[in-house]
Design a protein around this ligand. Sequence first.
Ligand code: LMR
Length: 397
Amino acid sequence: MFERLATLPADPILGLMSLFRNDPNPRKVDLGVGVYKNEQGETPVLASVHEAEKRLLARQTSKVYVGPAGNVTFNAAMSALLLGPSTALAEGRFVAVQTPGGCGALRVAAELVKTANPSAAIWVSDPTWGNHIPLLGNAGLTIRQYPYFDAATSAVNFDAMMASLAQVKAGDLVLLHGCCHNPSGADLSPEQWRRVAALALETGFTPFVDMAYQGFADDLETDAYGLRYLIDHLPEVVVAASCSKNFGVYRDRVGLVGLLSESPASAQAAMSHMLSIVRGIYSMPPDHGAALVAEVLTDPQLRQRWEAEVAEMRGRINDLRERFSSAMQVRLGSDRFDFVKRQKGMFSFLGLSETQVLQLRSEYGIYMLNSARASIAGFNATNMDYVCDAIAEVVSV
Ligand code: LMR
């Protein structure tokens, strides 16, 4: 039967990782996959996580099964990180389970929505992260898109977004990026979040927030503003969170799916379905990464160290955004790339054509997605001038 299968093209993001690894060019620069890199181009284990790992190793005496909900200390600590001081949490209207990464969270949420309302559509931003549509659509839900990013202004086209969301049916879900929109770097303002919440109340759609970069835009609290506002003002909200970036535990696959429901009883009923979905797909999540995150979040010293590390990663990315914009200003004598310093998080679209992107790849060994999405943390003092010269070269032809 496998003879009937044709080979699929590589995933656009993961495929680019291997193209980069196999490129012998000594000057190659990776602005592709969204992983944080330090000034040396490394993605280190955070010191706070490393310390948690040492402690865990010293005291762990058993690796017996945990259960479909995963690590309950992690679930409580992550829910508090996401929601802050929250009446919904205190009242038991928010429930959450640990998942294998943010991807697992998105998929469990989609399966739950499919169970609760099989005809629901999930509306995703245009553009959105490349894996959103497969992850959610493969659960069997209809995927629809709403306009989000305006390439002409490199900002959110909020009027078009709201006009489209006004058409969403009650019972559908609208996927919103909590902060650091992937791929555009263009985020909603607090006022825009409030208007989305008002529209959700009016039309009856359920916001579904993907929080993969908390702490990478402004700070851990400000980045959660939109999610927290929705939780405080709406009867139902779904959230999928990832610890890959802000804890640097990419390969350990640590995430959380949570939901707000109208009553503690309906939240518990939804929880029982989430547990059954988990049992039916992967039985239970891996514990190690979640145990590290739980240790970091619940130990005051480790938490302080971690918050400083998140601030350092964020500061470096924001600094690189400034440096890139100024370097391009000097080269082009124009503010064409100034939007990069106004955007947030790991990514920006550099506004290059696919031909220019491929030219950067083949002639200079500079890797970004074909859409010109660049992972800003891939810049450093050694490659900044090289990349800026190359971009100036390809856009000037
Ligand atoms: C990205 O967008 O590059 C990251 O979220 C990594 C991934 O899995 O795609």
